[in-house]
Design a protein around this ligand. Structure first.
Ligand code: ATP
Ligand code: MG
Length: 397
């Protein structure tokens, strides 16, 4: 049976009280840009759920794959429309039962329209009896193999039996904008995904040391952003030339403090791009204790130069959990492609793990910080990437 529409359910939005309308509209917008090209005729907001009506020629697999990428959706289901009449609903329920194999089942009706001639319990047992007769399966209200869900609205009714898990979270765009410092490693793409799933629109900032390093880190980063842009209409990627800054730092700073000073410069520059986009936070993939630069004293030293809050969604995660997550969201394979990391340039094997504020002051004193930041910002290239990478445009940062 070809579904007439998709019913979309969301959890968290329902909790947002007065903001609910704003959240629902955002979700509708995001569904339209994610899946609209695949053939959507209408997205209808109903109480507590959304109905997505496809065009006659729509691509069902494509539409399901696209809906799985929309943050804010708890689950969705291909659904079948029925007139608001017990016989019409029963007929479709029997067709659904006929096209599936199961040994136990239940019928679950939700009735938004209270004037419907039958109560939910009454309709469940009426249809249940008929399904039982037709299939020989037993009714199991607690652990049914197969459930027919019926939802009765003011104007019509829908039935569905296959719930598909959504990406969860909140619709992108309901929680302002932030700038994520995106390397082409494993962690920062996961950090970006987690914050985006909380409804935050992200701009991406990547630092590279070309031409001393190859273009691989930039190419991998573009692919990562494209992957993440499945969840966000368009993604701005700022490609910051970092070599000159690294050379300055190297010439003035003992090896053990270099990574720390690199990070502080990254923060200062990333924050400029956050401000440019009315961003309210910075995001990194840092993780407590993972490497020497990610100890608490060093994170404190990194934070000191930022005016915006620094979000570290992976701070308390185990590496294996981060890897599993990266595999699940499809960034891992890109992240493990070989690339030269700009931060491994000119640094020792034993960096400082407990940064001393007076040392940092001493080393930064001779660094023309404002000028370096200004130049880096000016020389930054900005690319806009869409989810299929085609609609990209270039201009200076
Ligand atoms: P990742 O896997 O995200 O690279 P990591 O465990 O390798 O993280 P570091 O390389 O120390 O850790 O980087 C810590 C964080 O600093 C990264 O998660 C990222 O947010 C930021 N960062 C590091 N290098 C870059 C870069 N070249 N461009 C942008 N951000 C970077
Ligand atoms: Mg890294």
């Amino acid at each position: 049976m070809r579904p007439d529409c998709f019913v979309v359910h969301y959890h968290e939005i329902a909790l947002k009280g007065q903001n609910r309308v704003f959240f629902e509209r955002k979700l509708r917008q995001n569904i339209l840009w994610t899946a609209g090209k695949l053939g959507i005729r209408e997205v209808r907001l109903l109480r507590g759920r959304i109905l997505v009506f496809p065009t006659a020629q729509y691509d069902i697999d494509g539409l399901i794959a696209a809906l799985k990428n929309v943050f804010g959706i708890a689950y969705f289901a291909p659904a079948y429309k029925a007139a608001q009449d017990p016989d019409a609903i029963t007929e479709i329920a029997l067709k659904l039962a006929d096209s599936h194999t199961f040994s136990s089942f239940r019928i679950s009706t939700q009735r938004a329209k209270k004037t419907f001639p039958m109560g939910s319990v009454q309709l469940n047992s009426h249809i249940g009896t008929l399904v039982q007769k037709k299939t020989g399966a037993r009714v199991d209200l607690k652990k049914a193999e197969f459930t027919i869900f019926i939802e009765i609205f003011d104007s019509d009714a829908i039935l569905y039996c296959e719930r598909i898990e959504g990406a969860g979270g909140l619709p992108v765009g309901v929680s302002n904008t932030a700038a994520v410092l995106l390397s082409s490693g494993i962690d920062s793409p996961v950090a970006a995904y987690k914050i985006m799933r909380r409804g935050v629109n992200l701009v991406f900032v990547h630092f590279h040391s070309m031409p001393v390093t190859s273009a691989a880190s930039v190419e991998n980063t573009k692919r990562l952003v494209q992957r993440l842009a499945r969840h966000q209409k368009k993604a701005k990627l700022y490609l910051v030339p970092f070599l000159e800054i690294q050379q300055h730092i190297t010439s003035l700073t003992p090896p053990s403090y270099r990574v720390l000073l690199y990070r502080r410069m990254m923060m200062r520059i990333a924050e400029k791009f956050a401000f440019k986009n009315k961003g309210k936070a910075l995001v990194t993939g840092e993780n407590v204790g993972q490497v020497a630069s990610q100890t608490l004293p060093n994170m404190l030293a990194i934070n000191e130069v930022a005016h915006l809050p620094v979000l570290r969604p992976l701070a308390g995660d185990d590496k294996q959990d981060i890897i599993n997550f990266a595999q699940k969201i499809g960034t891992f394979a890109i992240s493990i492609e070989p690339y030269d990391d700009c931060c491994s340039l000119f640094v020792p094997d034993n960096p400082e793990t407990s940064a001393k504020p007076d040392k940092i002051m001493e080393y930064e004193q001779n660094l023309p910080i404002d000028q370096l930041v200004k130049t880096a910002v000016k020389e930054t290239e900005m690319i806009i990437l869409g989810k299929n990478g085609k609609d990209s445009a270039k201009q200076n940062g």
